[in-house]
Design a protein around this ligand. Structure first.
Ligand SMILES: *[C@@H]1O[C@H](CO)[C@@H](O)[C@H](O)[C@H]1NC(C)=O
Ligand SMILES: *[C@@H]1O[C@H](CO)[C@@H](O)[C@H](O)[C@H]1NC(C)=O
Ligand SMILES: *[C@@H]1O[C@H](CO)[C@@H](O)[C@H](O)[C@H]1NC(C)=O
Ligand SMILES: *[C@@H]1O[C@H](CO)[C@@H](O)[C@H](O)[C@H]1NC(C)=O
Ligand SMILES: *[C@@H]1O[C@H](CO)[C@@H](O)[C@H](O)[C@H]1NC(C)=O
Length: 279
């Protein structure tokens, strides 16, 4: 059932965003999906044999389906997306406050929209205009996706949305690593083991302290109470690298008991600070 709904979305996207509907392109996309065994379009009244189909009928079904299902399938994460974009705008436009604010305001008019092709389009307009550095690639990818005929996911949500969010978070984590390696590398000679140990320890300490002690989470942009959870318990954190190479910072309660404290110097999870990142 999901797969068929995805097929409807696909057409909806093309129909509502383009004044010239390229039926060949639509049909090509549909055939592609069919070939991948993702859907059986005969169930929604489209025939792909003979080259034509009744677009008006499809459109009515799409609109009907869209109203009923889109909200339920793709709940809005507008505030989370805005938080993320706030930090991206600040990092992307670090020197010009006017441009930074224009970037934030451009996105704030978009993140409250219903998730869908119109939102993706509007997001890509802001992104292309304001993103620089590591974020520029996210803007380019979003623009390509927001104009792609295959901009749907079998789950029924628009794949461009989450691809965009993941791209931004990855760029944020790359920025964090870059900042910390820059701050920690002074006087480090990579051919000397002791220097590398110091470097590694300081970089790790930096990443964790910046994640924990900032007023914003440096990867997700969520506002936070430095060093504490929203419910007021102290936070400890640790690093992971996912299978896809993404940096993940895990936060947990500093009250978590240390289960094996054999000769440990500290039986709690107190962590190091880094330069001005103290909490
Ligand atoms: C597609 O759906 C129709 C009607 O439900 C069914 O008769 C047909 O066998 C289906 N085709 C495939 C390939 O599943
Ligand atoms: C910031 O960017 C705007 C628009 O490009 C420009 O007019 C302005 O001079 C810039 N301000 C600074 C301080 O660079
Ligand atoms: C790094 O250390 C090696 C070994 O002690 C030394 O030969 C080299 O000159 C050092 N490099 C720098 C840039 O200090
Ligand atoms: C890095 O680590 C060393 C020893 O591990 C420490 O002395 C130094 O102050 C740390 N901080 C910086 C900014 O290098
Ligand atoms: C954790 O242990 C360290 C060293 O034993 C101690 O200085 C610190 O006060 C402890 N922190 C908490 C929250 O218990």
């Amino acid at each position: 059932m999901f797969k068929i709904q995805s097929g409807i979305l696909l057409i909806c996207f093309i129909g509502s965003n383009s004044t010239i509907i390229d039926f060949n392109e639509v049909q090509k996309s549909i055939l592609q999906w069919k070939n991948q065994n993702l859907l059986n379009l005969s169930e929604i009244g489209i025939t792909t044999n003979g080259g034509g189909f009744d677009f008006s009928d499809v459109k009515n079904k799409i609109l009907q389906w869209k109203t009923e299902k889109l909200q339920a399938l793709c709940p809005s994460n507008g505030q989370q997306l805005q938080n993320l974009l706030n930090i991206v705008c600040s990092t992307s436009q670090p020197t010009n406050v006017t441009l930074r604010d224009a970037c934030i305001s451009c996105f704030s008019q978009v993140t409250s929209m219903t998730e869908g092709p119109q939102e993706l389009n509007a997001l890509s307009v802001c992104a292309v205009q304001y993103f620089t550095g590591a974020y520029a690639a996210c803007a380019t990818a979003l623009m390509a996706l927001s104009t792609s005929a295959l901009n749907v996911q079998p789950s029924g949500c628009f794949m461009g949305y989450c691809d965009f969010v993941r791209c931004l978070r990855t760029a944020n984590s790359v920025n964090l690593i870059t900042q910390c390696t820059r701050e920690a590398r002074t006087g480090v000679n990579i051919t000397i083991d002791a220097d590398n140990v110091r470097f590694y320890r300081n970089v790790t300490s930096c990443i964790l302290a910046k994640s924990r002690c900032g007023t914003f989470n440096p990867i997700t942009g969520e506002p936070q109470l430095p060093g504490y959870t929203s419910s007021g318990t102290r936070v400890s954190n640790a690093l992971q690298i996912s299978e896809t190479g993404d940096l993940r910072v895990l936060a947990f309660s500093a009250n978590t008991p240390v289960s094996n404290s054999f000769c440990t110097a500290s039986t709690n999870l107190t962590q190091s600070n880094w330069l001005t990142n103290v909490c």
